[in-house]
Design a protein around this ligand. Structure first.
Ligand code: KIV
Length: 325
């Protein structure tokens, strides 16, 4: 028995999702069949496991990690090594969903060879099944796909461009910019991208691009007409400590749940009602008698020693008994 529920020798409970594994080609098939694609971000084992077991099709280890988990002001600071670390944790949890890793800012903005090497690390070292890159980086997408790294594109409001955009602003608000966005989406699709995230654009633009594009679009703040939807997990469950954007719908209040659990624990500790006797380990009976005798004086100890020696077999391994107590 181990005391924590986690041990190196015992694998975490395996789970089996009965639905078929989601692959990049399967996303294309979902579009052709008109089946909506559900996607969420996840950054660690427990949330990725819950998301996967719930049957979400695509899990993005988003660079939003920088903000919602690591507390940075924007997504720019997160590194390749940090993204790899979290992608590995997600990978261990997921059986069915397609695991996509976000390439962080700076990891694909220089030479294509360097970007390719970084992308390969996500597949080889962390088990990602695709990477996501922001912007119309057509040559890069072509090179990654040639190198057998499936790619999800990301157009519209691209958070890594926050300084260029001057903030997080809805994009493609003029005819010219909608046409440019549509051309970029087609170029990425022709370069081999398997899907495209459309973020922070008018519903009308997303609908037109989705209808025309041969690959799935996954919207966030892009209206209901995309082939799929994605949200940041922490937005979904109110763990972001900030007012939600217009496009966010909260489906739960984890902050309230966690607060009440933490308050309850603190109060119980302060009132000495945690832990109870039932939540405590106890000495085995013979050792308890010996212990009491030891505290009661020498004569009593001799009597207790005699008793204990009589049933020594029972007490051969006191540590094991303690684990079972
Ligand atoms: O990093 C992220 O979470 C994202 C999605 C919201 C699309 O890029």
């Amino acid at each position: 028995m181990n005391l924590t529920g986690f041990s190196a020798g015992t694998p975490l409970t395996p789970h089996h999702n009965p639905l078929p594994k989601v692959t990049m080609p399967a996303l294309g098939e979902m579009k052709r069949q008109g089946k909506p694609i559900s996607a969420l971000t996840a950054y660690d084992y427990p949330t990725a496991r819950l998301v996967d077991e719930a049957g979400i099709d695509l899990i993005l280890v988003g660079d939003s990690l920088a903000m919602v988990v690591l507390g940075h002001e924007n997504t720019l600071a997160v590194t390749v090594d940090e993204m790899l670390h979290h992608t590995r944790a997600v990978r261990r949890a997921v059986r069915r969903a397609l695991v996509v890793a976000d390439m962080p800012f700076g990891s694909y903005h220089g030479a294509i060879g360097e970007a390719q090497a970084n992308a390969v690390r996500f597949v080889k070292e962390a088990g990602a099944e695709a990477v996501k890159v922001e912007g119309p980086r057509v040559e890069l997408v072509r090179a990654l796909v040639r190198a057998e790294v499936p790619v999800v594109g990301h157009l519209g409001l691209t958070p890594q461009s926050v300084h260029r955009m001057g903030g997080y602003r809805v994009q493609a608000r003029t005819l010219d910019s909608v046409l440019q966005l549509q051309a970029d989406a087609f170029a990425l699709a022709h370069a081999g991208a398997g899907a495209i995230v459309l973020e922070g654009i008018p519903r009308e633009a997303a609908a037109a691009i989705t209808a025309a594009l041969p690959i799935p679009t996954i919207g966030i703040g892009a209206g209901p007409d995309c082939d799929g939807q994605i949200l940041v997990f922490h937005d979904l469950v109110n763990l972001t400590f900030a007012p939600a954007a217009k496009f966010v719908r909260r489906y739960g209040d984890a902050a309230a749940l966690f607060r009440s659990a933490i308050d309850g624990y603190r109060e119980d500790v302060e009132h000495r009602v945690f832990p109870s006797d039932a939540e405590s380990y106890h000495l085995p009976e013979a050792a308890r008698r010996l212990f009491q005798a030891d505290r009661g004086g020498e004569n009593a100890r001799d009597d207790a020693d005699a008793e204990v020696n009589a049933d020594a077999v029972v007490n051969i391994d006191a540590r094991e008994d303690m684990n079972q107590a």
